[in-house]
Design a binder for this molecule. Structure first.
Ligand code: MRU
Length: 342
C-alpha cells in the first residue's frame, strides 16, 4: 500500500508541516507553518481539513502560539494564550474535535507554574492529542471492518482518510482495514460538491491503497442504491450530539434517507473526540456557512451568472433514526444512542 510521503500534518519541533489539501490531486505540496495565524488560515482555507485533522492542527496552533509569546508574567502569558485559542477556535464552527483539543490545551496551560515549562507541556500535549487520534482511528477502523463483508460495494461521501484525520481514517479507515483483511470490496466515491473532497482526495487515497473504486456525482447515489449496487453506506462525522444526531459533510442527510428507503445499512465512523454530549440533539450543532464563491466557481472558474443568490452550508445533520450503527474506537453502538453514547 503506497503511503503518503510525509504525514499530512507533522510537528517539527518549532513549526508544523502540512500537506496542502487544496493543491491535491494535481500537486503534492508541503507547507511549513511557523505561527498560529498561519495555522488558523490553513484551517479556514481547507489546506488542512476533516474533523480529527482540524483538532490536531488546532492543538499544534496553540503550541506554536505559546512559543511565540514573550510575556513578563504568567497572567500575561495566559491572557495572550487565551486570545490565540480564540483565534483558532473561530476558524471552523462545526467539528467538535477542534474545541475539544483547544480545551485540553487550555487545561494544560492552567496548571503550569513556570512559563517555559508550560510551553514545553503544551507541545507535549499537542503531540499526545495527535498520537491519540492516530490510535483511535486505527482502533475504530479495525472494529468497523467487522461490518464489511467480502464482496461489499461501499458508498462513501467526502474524504475521511489519512488526510482528514492525521491518522488512519474514519469511514475510509474502515474501508482500508477491510481491504487489508483481503476482503474483496469496491467503493463508490461521491464527488462531494461544492469542494470536491471526494473527487479530489478520496480517489487519491483509494488509488494509493489499491482499492477498486468508481467516482460518481452526488446526485447519482439514488440511482446506484435503487439498482441494488450499494451494500452499505459509510461516512465520517464532524459532531455527534448526545442523541446520536450526526453533523457531517453536506449531502450526508440525503444519502441516509436514500439508504433507509432502499434498505441499505448506514454507518457513521468517528473517534469519541467527535462526540458532544453537551448538545441534546442535532438542532443545536452549529453549521458552518461558507463563501458562495465555492458554489459559483469550480477551482477558480465561474460556472454561474454573477450576482445570483447562493447558499453554501458546509454540513447537514442526519437524525439518529437513519443511522444503523456508530463506530467508535471504544465500540460499535446502536439505538438507543442516547444511552449508548453516554
Ligand atoms: O469541510 P471538510 O472537508 O472539513 O469536511 C469533512 C467532513 O465532513 C468529513 O466527513 C468529517 O470531518 C469526518 S472526517 C474523518
Amino acid at each position: 500500500m503506497k503511503k503518503i510521503n510525509n504525514p499530512p500534518i507533522e510537528w517539527l519541533g518549532n513549526r508544523v508541516r502540512i500537506l496542502d489539501q487544496t493543491r491535491l490531486p494535481q500537486e503534492e505540496v508541503y507547507l511549513e507553518l511557523n505561527n498560529y495565524q498561519a495555522i488558523a488560515s490553513a484551517i479556514t482555507g481547507l489546506k488542512i481539513r476533516g474533523a480529527p485533522a482540524i483538532g490536531v492542527a488546532g492543538s499544534y496552533g496553540v503550541a506554536l502560539g505559546a512559543l511565540e509569546i514573550e510575556a513578563k508574567s504568567r497572567d500575561e502569558f495566559l491572557r495572550r494564550l487565551q486570545g490565540i485559542s480564540q483565534t483558532l477556535a473561530a476558524t471552523r464552527p462545526t467539528a467538535k474535535n477542534l474545541f475539544r483539543a483547544i480545551d485540553r490545551m487550555q487545561q494544560v496551560a492552567a496548571v503550569g507554574e513556570d512559563i517555559e515549562q508550560t510551553k514545553k507541556a503544551l507541545i507535549d500535549e499537542a503531540v499526545k492529542i495527535h498520537s491519540e487520534e492516530v490510535e483511535a482511528t486505527k482502533k475504530l477502523s479495525q472494529l468497523g471492518a467487522e461490518l464489511i463483508q467480502d464482496g461489499f460495494s461501499i458508498l462513501t461521501h467526502c474524504n475521511t482518510g489519512t488526510l482528514a484525520t492525521a491518522g488512519y481514517g474514519t469511514a475510509l479507515g474502515v474501508i482500508k482495514r477491510a481491504k487489508e483483511q483481503s476482503k474483496n470490496i469496491k467503493v463508490l466515491a461521491t464527488e462531494t460538491r461544492p469542494l470536491l473532497q471526494g473527487a479530489r482526495l478520496t480517489t487519491w487515497e483509494l488509488k494509493r491503497a489499491n482499492i477498486p473504486f468508481t467516482l460518481i456525482t452526488d446526485s447519482m447515489a439514488g440511482y446506484f442504491m435503487s439498482r441494488g449496487e450499494v451494500s452499505c453506506v459509510i461516512v465520517g462525522a464532524d459532531r455527534i450530539a448526545a442523541n446520536g444526531d450526526t453533523a457531517n459533510k453536506i449531502g450526508t442527510y440525503s444519502l441516509a434517507v436514500l439508504a433507509k428507503e432502499n434498505g441499505i445499512p448506514f454507518y457513521v465512523a468517528a473517534p469519541t473526540t467527535t462526540i458532544d454530549l453537551s448538545l441534546a440533539s442535532g438542532d443545536e450543532i452549529p453549521i458552518e456557512q461558507r463563501n458562495p464563491n465555492e458554489v459559483t466557481h469550480i477551482q477558480g472558474v465561474s460556472i454561474a451568472p454573477e450576482g445570483i443568490n447562493v447558499a453554501n452550508p458546509a454540513f447537514d445533520v442526519t437524525p439518529h433514526k437513519y443511522i444503523t450503527t456508530i463506530i467508535t474506537e471504544r465500540g460499535i453502538i446502536k439505538e438507543p444512542y442516547g444511552e449508548e453514547l453516554k
